[in-house]
Design a protein. Structure first.
Length: 167
């Protein structure tokens, strides 16, 4: 299977935050931002797989600054790592005050998606073609996160088999 470049699947989405997106204090709900993150990451994953995908996990979700009604939120999603059937994506969220032009890094997340074939079963993915030092660094870091996730999953399965799980 021929590899694909990261730049071929990057998604950048922007959306104006309106009153229905916010709580009474005027801050946009974290769930609204999470949905935008999942949508952008999902589109990136579909672009790479050219098939249906499902969110397998959100490895990390960090909120750095609030988002307010009237802000333009920009979400950028790109691939970090591709395995046999799953892929890790990184997402960065920025909010811009359209009046002042000031931009704030508001959230970041790592998500794992699995590509599905026509029968809803995991399917093989094209490998990533890493072109820049930044892409290679992100790929290495994602590989380390993957090892940690797999080790945790193995530990959880062992715990369940032993029925020796802490509450």
């Amino acid at each position: 299977m021929e590899g694909k470049r990261i730049r071929e699947s990057i998604i950048i989405m922007a959306q104006l935050m309106n009153p229905q997106d916010a709580n009474p204090a005027g801050n946009v709900h974290g769930g609204v931002i999470m949905k935008l993150i999942d949508n952008a990451a999902g589109c990136t994953a579909v672009r790479h797989a050219r098939s249906n995908v499902v969110t397998a996990s959100i490895d990390r979700m960090d909120f750095h600054n609030p988002v307010f009604v009237g802000d333009l939120v920009t979400v950028k999603a790109s691939l970090n790592f591709v395995g046999k059937t799953s892929m890790e994506l990184g997402v960065r969220v920025e909010a811009e005050n359209l009046i002042t032009g000031k931009k704030r890094h508001t959230a970041s997340a790592y998500l794992t998606f699995v590509a599905l074939d026509a029968n809803g079963r995991p399917m093989p993915l094209a490998p990533l073609v890493l072109e820049t030092d930044e892409e290679k660094r992100r790929n290495r870091e994602a590989g380390n996160r993957r090892k940690t996730r797999l080790a945790e999953r193995t530990k959880e399965k062992q715990c369940q088999q032993d029925l020796n799980c802490p509450d």
